[in-house]
Write a protein that binds this ligand. Sequence first.
Ligand SMILES: Nc1nc2c(ncn2[C@@H]2O[C@H](COP(=O)(O)OP(=O)(O)OP(=O)(O)O)[C@@H](O)[C@H]2O)c(=O)[nH]1
Ligand SMILES: [Mg+2]
Length: 320
Amino acid sequence: MELVNKILKGDVQAAARLMRGLEDEVPQAVEELETLYPHTGKAYIVGIAGAPGVGKSTLIDTLISGLRRENMTVGVIAIDPTSPFTGGAILGDRIRMQQTSVDKDVFIRSMATRGWTGGLAKATLSMIHVFDAMGKDIILVETVGSGQAEVDINRVADTTIIVLSPGMGDDVQLIKAGIMEIANIFVVNRADESRAGDVAQAVELMLEMKTYPSGEWKPSVILTEAIYGKGTEELVEELFKHREYLVSSGGLEKCRRERAKFELIETIEGFVGNYVQQETGEGGYLEKLIDDLAQRKISPPSAALEIINQFTKQFNSATV
Ligand SMILES: Nc1nc2c(ncn2[C@@H]2O[C@H](COP(=O)(O)OP(=O)(O)OP(=O)(O)O)[C@@H](O)[C@H]2O)c(=O)[nH]1
Ligand SMILES: [Mg+2]
């Protein structure tokens, strides 16, 4: 538990070490995280999602400056798309966000989700816990949106920001993919480009078509020029407004409960999934069950229960 105390004091190196351990799924790291867990739950989590290249990282960079001006400490998790050629994380994000990476109250971490058996959400939540225990006030999570990842980010974040930009040709597509339901704030970036107004108008129109009962949060549309730092102040203001709304409406408590529920379910699925993977090899327990299924000696639900029973037995003997 040598890392825990250091992390609680905000030690960046210790946090980076634990994060590396977690990425490699080292058992010791998982134990350290367990010890950290009671010290988490204070940070505010902001998800920033959108199609590739809309300007999410650039926007985060300016957002960090805006948040630092408010004296907030910031953690950033950039969930990188995995390159099919190298299997590694695309390092571009680290370079683009360099502007603020020398600031000791800002900690940026790129994360490759490849290899994480527990799934994107579980990996992200583990990293969030470390930032949270370090005492970061706000944690920004960048994810490239393609349907499911965006929906998941909504379950992880307190505020979800969806970034659009002109010329991507996908604004309507994004809106179709359930984005309207999960966004708390819309950003139309690259407002220096001519079609930005049209994109903003299209989103506004969509918002008009939905009725928001009085007292309910209605997403707004903010135009930004991230490379010039324009629109950041409005965005920070809107972010704080949404946080206030959540606090005063009791929504924040609900968000956090949802997040805990989501993490629990992801963890259960991860445990069982790992076990099933383990047993799929030749001569494995699963193969025997599959034979029984094929010969109709057992039904799929009974076979599934059988696996879970077996898993429980093995899990108990491993932990006592
Ligand atoms: N003209 C213009 N270009 C911008 C603006 N914001 C970002 N860019 C540029 O757009 C390109 C992509 O920006 P990123 O911030 O990397 O975009 P991203 O959404 O993080 O991209 P991925 O992480 O690859 O999905 C970069 O070359 C930026 O300089 C803007 O407001 N106007
Ligand atoms: Mg990026």
